[in-house]
Design a protein around this ligand. Structure first.
Ligand code: GLU
Length: 347
């Protein structure tokens, strides 16, 4: 008989562990149910995998800080280094899942064991709770990923409503529907117990593990820094705020929010990352002051290139004006933070 897949489940909270009035979908507390209780509700779960549970946090993902991301990365890497673990499952809130998945994608070293994040849009107490189905699917997907040869990379995956996404191609697109992450770029579909593959994720400029060793070096420096605690990482990464463009912007208001000047700034422009002309003088001033800027888009689909409806090109301001490609503004923030950290470490 084949050995059961050994899965370490790291729980962080979110709606998947949410509890409220029985039968209701809204008005609940995220992160109120423990992972063992959720698993016990899945028929036949113990025949599917041998599970070790690591209860890490019980929070809504809107409350994630840099410290949470760093502690989760550490927990994932500890599990991957454990010889008794074949695969890692992370339960998470849906609201900022794309940020955590992308952070792990860029910072966990590439290896042969899969890591999968799953979530739910309805609390465990709702009439149409989707968490136990997603959890069961996640276990099947991990079994399938562990069995596939050659190993499927890049290793960090997201599963929601039967679809498997590469971490880089994950974004929440619906605030209420159970298939909240549905986009055309899913890599596989889970049919019963098997993954039907469609395509590999397109990593472009952001390959898996790109900043793994940079972050390890930064952590060593951080730990040796005066008064720095191993459990407090807030401030480790350079600050990079995000601004979403709209009609009729007051540039003075925006300038006030950018004091002192941050190391980086993501502008979620309109359409193909267009920045309204009324902001151009402020943008130029920030670039002159050494701020790195990444143009992204508030529009969910379609890449943002350097060329386009804007006055900046690759040679403007020593290349400090970047374009997000296919990243969401929130993923762009993480990419820029880690890129800035990389240049600090190299300096
Ligand atoms: N806001 C909470 C979170 O992101 C609940 C939303 C959800 O999980 O769907 O964790």
């Amino acid at each position: 008989m084949p050995r059961k897949t050994r899965i370490t489940l790291i729980s962080t909270g979110g709606t998947i562990a949410g509890l409220g009035q029985v039968g209701h979908s809204t008005g609940y507390t995220a992160g109120a149910v423990d992972a063992q209780t959720l698993l016990d509700a899945i028929p036949g779960v113990h025949g599917l995998a041998s599970l070790r549970i690591v209860p890490l946090f019980s929070i809504g993902s809107q409350d994630f800080t840099e410290t949470h991301s760093m502690l989760l990365r550490q927990a994932v890497m500890d599990a991957l280094n454990d010889r008794q673990t074949d695969a890692v499952l992370v339960t998470h809130g849906t609201d900022t899942l794309e940020e955590t998945a992308f952070f792990l994608h860029l910072t966990v070293p590439v290896q042969s064991k899969p890591v999968l994040l799953t979530a739910a849009m309805r609390p465990a107490s709702a009439a149409s709770a989707d968490g136990s189905g997603n959890l069961r699917d996640a276990l099947h997907a991990l079994r399938s990923l562990c069995a596939s040869r050659p190993v499927k990379t890049p290793n960090i995956w997201v599963l929601m409503a039967n679809r498997l996404y590469g971490a880089i191609e994950t974004s929440k697109r619906n605030a209420l529907a159970p298939d909240a992450f549905h986009n055309q770029r899913h890599c596989a579909f889970l049919l019963d117990e098997h993954l039907e593959w469609i395509s590999a994720p397109v990593e472009g400029a952001w390959p898996a593990g790109r900043f793994a060793s940079v972050l390890d070096k930064a952590m060593v420096n951080w730990a040796s820094g005066k008064g720095a605690s191993q459990d407090d990482f807030d401030g480790l990464l350079p600050e990079v705020p995000v601004f979403v463009c709209h009609q009729d912007i007051n540039p003075k208001r925006v300038a006030a929010m950018l004091k002192p000047v941050p190391r980086g700034w993501v502008i979620a422009g309109v359409g193909h990352g267009a920045v309204p002309a009324m902001l151009h003088p402020l943008v130029n001033k920030l670039l002159q002051q050494g701020c790195w800027i990444m143009r992204a888009s508030r529009t969910p689909e379609g890449p943002v290139f350097v060329s386009g409806e804007n006055p900046w090109n690759q040679s403007s301001f020593e290349g400090r004006m970047l374009a997000s490609g296919r990243l969401t503004p929130w993923q762009s923030r993480i990419a820029l933070q880690l890129s800035l950290l990389e240049s600090d470490i190299a300096a």
